[in-house]
Design a protein around this ligand. Structure first.
Ligand SMILES: Nc1ncnc2c1ncn2[C@@H]1O[C@H](COP(=O)(O)OP(=O)(O)OP(=O)(O)O)[C@@H](O)[C@H]1O
Length: 520
């Protein structure tokens, strides 16, 4: 069956909005049930968490397979999957396993040497969402801004979709180009080989590529919603998956009724010796934004209950109830990643799960525990938040913060001085701080947009002539923008001109409904 059938209308307008709200509710229930679940990870090296423990073999837990709905599809190496032959496993997430495969020449006319096939779980509702996400990506793939599409080539593309039969219904499969290892993989290499940081210019280039991808995506009307180093893939020529090892299914960890539906083996992805691996190089580094599972329409800010984003990369909006989650969460998350790439240190590290005395991960921490850690970290780093955010925290029922002892500017300056790489000049450090202050503004209404930030002076030193041309083309008003300004008529134009001379006023008040939507 084609994913197009019957789903066409659900991508837009009112139905899209309703679907999103229903999904948000489902995610709330999922989150609630999951935080209560205590899983036994003790007998294998499996790790169902999307941000695996450093010692994990990136092996999904066997409870993900078995009887009923919401389960993974058993996929075996060297098997035929659609028009492809499976050659390796690339990884897994909460709702899918991802496999590297070669197109079978007689069946597929795709030009790639190898593709990545994301095999989704068989839950009907999740499948519907996966279909919509694949459709959004396909739709975005066809979209052009008519100005050279600056940034678009730093997003993954969906080539095709199909269904494959599982024990309990069909599994939706999404085919993409096999890109390369995740950004996290390269951060781990940097940890082993250097002090955890990328070469300074490499870090800048990756950050620039991510912001350019996001500026294109935002202009197209969507937010990503889940940007972190596992969802950024680095293009590698002739990419081959990490070493795959077949592992026995650990039946002690399965329910008896699941046994008959387990695959004969599970495939672990084991990274080679990172001390020998090649780090990212300035000339070749090419980042691609992947996993659009949390993507949302810019005009429908939403509460994302299924929070897979590492907690330290979340913007303040996530902490507070009734504060809209807008596309500017992407700007914040990339800033956190950038700090890590430049300095080798986490800007804010919030533990995701409880650990036992041996460092083994136990179950997830509660949302309030996480917020109790995260908020003071943000306050310490960025200084006193606006009054309306202070009010929200004070009535949230979470641990009180001594606001009198906070400073207006926070410790960001001191942190940069302490963590900055040796080759960063004072002038560069000042630019870096300015870049961070703009991207980490407390109030999302003041945060720089992705389109603003790609023009920041901090990036100037790495821009090639080609980049500058592409950037200028993106900034030039398009014909339809010009026409729509004309259409808006005389009333709005004087207000806009007046706005140019107005000073930026600190918005102390809580956002109202009208503040949710960004005008473009
Ligand atoms: N196109 C690709 N090329 C290479 N590797 C890929 C590709 N797509 C996915 N992967 C690998 O598969 C892993 C899981 O993919 P992905 O994050 O899309 O799954 P998911 O189920 O949507 O995850 P989540 O639980 O975060 O939503 C990635 O971390 C990456 O290692």
């Amino acid at each position: 069956m084609s994913p197009q059938q019957g789903e066409d209308e659900s991508c837009t307008g009112f139905m899209y909005f309703i679907r999103r709200q229903l999904r948000t509710l489902r995610e709330a229930v999922f989150e609630w049930r999951n935080t209560r679940k205590v899983l036994d990870y003790s007998t294998t090296n499996c790790d169902p968490h999307p941000f695996p423990h450093p010692d994990s073999d990136r092996l999904e837990h066997c409870y993900k397979y078995g009887y009923g709905k919401g389960k993974f599809c058993p996929v075996l190496l060297d098997e035929k999957l659609g028009n492809y032959k499976v050659t390796a496993k690339l990884g897994h997430g909460n709702f899918a396993t991802v496999w590297q495969a070669e197109p079978i020449k007689e069946l597929s006319d795709l030009q790639y040497e190898s593709v990545a096939i994301k095999v989704c779980s068989n839950n009907k509702k999740d499948t519907k969402d996966d279909i919509i996400e694949a459709k959004v990506l396909q739709k975005l793939g066809k979209r052009t801004d008519g100005k050279g599409d600056f940034g678009k080539n730093h997003m993954v593309k969906v080539e095709e979709c199909f269904y494959t039969a599982g024990h309990f219904g069909n599994h939706f499969c999404i085919v993409q180009e096999a890109i390369g290892p995740t950004l996290d993989h390269y951060l781990k290499i940097a940890e082993k080989q250097a002090r955890g940081a990328f070469e300074y210019d490499v870090a800048k280039k990756v950050a620039f590529q991510l912001y350019s991808a996001v500026s294109w995506l935002h202009a197209a009307g969507y937010g990503h919603g889940d940007i972190h180093p596992y969802n950024v893939l680095m293009k590698e020529q002739g990419f081959k998956a990490a070493k795959n090892v077949k592992r026995e299914v650990c039946y002690a960890n399965c329910k008896p009724e699941d046994r008959a539906f387990m695959p004969p083996y599970l495939v672990a992805c084991i990274d080679g010796d990172l001390t020998d691996s090649t780090p990212l190089k300035f000339e070749t580094c090419d980042a691609r934004l992947a996993d659009f599972g949390q993507t949302f329409k810019k005009n429908h800010p939403r509460r994302l209950y299924r929070m897979t984003t590492p907690k330290g990369n979340r913007s303040p909006e996530w902490v507070f109830k009734h504060v809209p989650i807008t596309i500017s969460i992407d700007v914040w998350s990339i800033a956190c990643i950038t700090y890590r790439m430049v300095t080798g240190k986490h800007l804010m590290l919030v533990e995701e799960r409880y650990q036992d005395e041996n460092g083994k991960y136990l179950h997830k921490r509660t949302k309030s525990d996480i917020n109790n850690d995260h908020m003071p970290m943000m306050v310490d780093l960025l200084g006193t938040p606006p009054a309306w955010l202070i009010n929200k925290w004070d009535i949230s029922g979470l641990q009180p913060i001594d606001w009198k002892s906070t400073t207006p500017e926070g410790s960001l300056h001191a942190r940069i001085q302490q963590d900055r790489p040796a080759d960063m000049s004072d002038a560069e450090a000042a630019l870096f701080e300015d870049f961070l202050r703009q991207t980490l503004a407390w109030d999302y209404r003041h945060r720089a947009t992705a389109k603003d930030i790609v023009q920041h002076e901090w990036f100037q030193s790495i821009l090639t002539e080609k980049d500058e041309k592409a950037l200028n083309a993106m900034l030039a008003p398009s014909q339809c923008e010009f026409l729509s300004t004309l259409k808006r008529g005389c009333t709005k134009v004087p207000a806009k001109i007046g706005g140019l001379f107005a000073q930026k006023v600190e918005l102390e008040s809580e956002p109202g409904k009208g503040d949710y939507y960004e005008s473009d």
